[in-house]
Design a binder for this molecule. Structure first.
Ligand code: PMV
Length: 347
């Protein structure tokens, strides 16, 4: 089908890994399988206006972020478009105007690459679907995840929800290194509407980007055992998610977070992304768990912020605990209340 002009708009969420992806080979192939909760409130809204170019016009793109022209993000997106050209040759026929905004505060230290890249991928799939109206929803989601992965590995886990596995794993049917798939089993009721409060400990630029971090796994002497451990943990977590063994969930998820940061401590050159307040918060969470029968736990991304995870029935008490005891460790007292979500939405 011929398409002269089309406007598309998608909202896609961020996600938080329970078993972490840290280490990859080219082109964005993970060294181990990972699994994440898809988030709901932390998301990116992106629209792309596609306009077909005339024969001697160059296909190019313009980028607006939160209403302003944003040329410093262009190189990353340009590299992404080059990478995916072979899978989406039609993008060479279009001029694109991309406008994007995040629901979370700018430079809050929340990785926006997962939601940002997945949103662009969904917009591209809308164009592909306009050119070829026979595509199934399954194909669209798979290919969107495949494309998003080439922008940022973890973005492959932001198309669907509430639980997504990325990376080939023997015990997860349909799993692949090339795209994320929905966790194929029914999770126990305790994991329905699971809550994630993101404590914004440090909003500054990370000193070490995740690209550099992944690459440092190449000569990390602990890398191979880490990749094996992650795959073993995913097999364990698959069972835990089905049987609802919450205490085992807590210890596996916290161990994954600390192991991710341990890998950073043991890289050469070594680096630390946690801040003193990250550790204050972790200790407070452990104290709270020892003193109450709460099932809260924490996890970490490649940064200083702490994700506090807990079942929805504890929402009131945990929010009170956060207000009273944890918010003082956050920059300007800021935190974001989120919960699991279901992935990309067409706007
Ligand atoms: O998607 P990337 O390349 O930014 O890597 C993100 C890796 C972690 O967030 C630290 C872990 C994960 O699995 O999301």
């Amino acid at each position: 089908k011929q398409v002269e002009k089309i406007s598309t708009k998608w909202q896609t969420p961020s996600n938080i890994a329970l078993v972490k992806y840290w280490g990859k080979s080219n082109p964005q192939i993970p060294k181990n399988a990972s699994i994440s909760f898809t988030l709901n409130n932390c998301h990116t809204n992106t629209s792309i206006d596609f306009q077909k170019v005339s024969r001697n016009e160059k296909a190019d793109f313009e980028l607006f972020f939160e209403g302003k022209k944003k040329d410093d993000f262009k190189p990353k997106i340009a590299t992404f478009f080059e990478r995916i050209q072979q899978y989406c040759p039609y993008i060479l026929d279009y001029k694109m105007t991309i406008s994007s905004e995040n629901s979370f505060p700018h430079s809050s230290g929340i990785a926006s690459s997962a939601s940002g890249m997945s949103a662009i991928a969904m917009c591209l799939m809308s164009l592909e679907n306009a050119l070829n109206p026979d595509l199934s929803e399954e194909f669209i989601n798979k290919k969107a995840s495949f494309l998003a992965r080439l922008g940022s590995g973890s973005a492959s886990r932001s198309i669907e929800g509430p639980l997504v596995v990325w990376g080939n794993h023997l015990e997860i049917e349909g799993s692949s290194d090339l795209f994320g798939v929905k966790f194929p089993h029914k999770a126990a009721p305790i994991f329905n509407d699971y809550q994630d409060v993101i404590l914004l400990v440090d909003k500054g630029e990370k000193q070490v980007s995740s690209t550099v971090g992944h690459n440092l796994m190449h000569n990390n002497p602990y890398a191979e055992s880490r990749f094996k451990q992650a795959n073993d943990n995913l097999a364990k977590l698959s069972k835990i998610l089905q049987n609802g063994e919450i205490k085992e969930f807590i210890s596996l998820v916290e161990s994954e977070a600390l192991t991710l940061h341990a890998m950073m401590l043991m890289s050469n050159p070594y680096f630390i992304l946690m801040k003193p307040n990250t550790l204050e918060i972790i200790n407070k969470i452990w104290e709270y768990r020892a003193e109450t029968n709460s099932n809260i736990c924490f996890t970490l991304d490649a940064g200083a912020n702490v994700h506090v995870l807990f079942p929805s029935e504890e929402k009131e008490s945990v929010l009170q605990f956060i207000d009273n005891q944890l918010s003082k460790y956050c920059q300007n007292g800021q935190f974001i209340v989120d919960s699991v979500g279901f992935g990309a939405k067409k706007l």
